[in-house]
Design a protein around this ligand. Structure first.
Ligand SMILES: *[C@@H]1O[C@H](CO)[C@@H](O)[C@H](O)[C@H]1NC(C)=O
Length: 249
């Protein structure tokens, strides 16, 4: 009887894992959200404020910061809609995943609190924190760049809003002409074209402003984004976030 059970017992010993300790779903969501919030409250907010100031300068009536920010809101909303998913994937599993083994051995410090193997545990995130900090920055930058791209729909909506704001500053009676179909108007006297040509530089100036978004972000992060230990000092929050990461078992 024991003899026939023997292979089964061996199977059990091999297949029952040691204590499972990994950055599971709630940990992955928590870490992703922690970084998103930090960015939203700090560096991203700073970058957006500067962009909104520049947009205000573009419009003859120089609208308030809140109004200018509202004009570029389609870009900001589109970013927020993809930021979480992109960031979570860039951290887990694109970089941090798998078991913490080196040649079949679990090194000291693993899975927690400071694991020198790239794997899917809080201890690994803590050990490779400079890499993690860079991944978060890079993902944020990438998500933003999807919509600071002039071919994206949110960009075009924002540009349209800025042009409308600039044109409406000239007086409502002129602006209302924009809504007449061209065909109703004398082809040699097209108010629509005239209204637009009052601010012919807006599309190129808007492009220059929005293209600056990514360097504004880098600036707000304190510069030197190379994944090096000392890069991105203002987008680190190292001590606080390491403690938070290790609060997951
Ligand atoms: C930065 O992010 C992009 C988009 O997620 C990715 O394709 C690229 O490999 C990343 N670069 C580095 C150096 O991690």
């Amino acid at each position: 009887m024991l003899f026939t059970l023997y292979p089964f017992l061996i199977f059990l010993l091999i297949s029952v894992p040691a204590t499972v300790s990994a950055c599971e779903d709630d940990c992955m969501d928590g870490v992703t959200n922690a970084f998103l919030q930090k960015y939203n409250q700090g560096p991203l907010e700073n970058a957006i404020t500067k962009i909104a100031q520049e947009v205000s300068g573009l419009i003859p009536s120089h609208p308030s910061l809140a109004t200018s920010r509202n004009l570029i809101q389609p870009i900001l909303d589109a970013y927020q809609n993809v930021a979480f998913e992109n960031l979570r994937t860039s951290i887990f599993p694109d970089f941090f995943h798998g078991k913490c083994q080196q040649n079949g051995i679990i090194p000291p410090g693993c899975p927690n609190p400071d694991c020198p193997v790239v794997c899917g545990t809080p201890g690994s995130l803590v050990h490779f924190y400079p890499k993690l900090r860079y991944i978060v920055y890079n993902s944020t930058r990438h998500s933003l760049s999807m919509f600071t791209n002039p071919r994206s729909k949110p960009y075009q909506q924002a540009l349209q809003a800025v042009e409308d704001a600039a044109n409406s500053a000239n007086g409502p009676e002129r602006r209302s002409l924009r809504f007449f179909p061209r065909s109703l108007l004398d082809p040699y006297d097209q108010p629509e074209t005239k209204v637009k040509s009052e601010h012919p530089d807006i599309p190129s100036q808007f492009l220059a402003i929005i293209s600056g978004m990514l360097s504004r972000l880098l600036e707000a992060c304190g510069g030197s984004a190379e994944g090096s230990t000392n890069g991105l000092p203002l987008c680190s929050w190292e001590q606080q976030l390491k403690e938070y990461i290790l609060s997951y078992p």
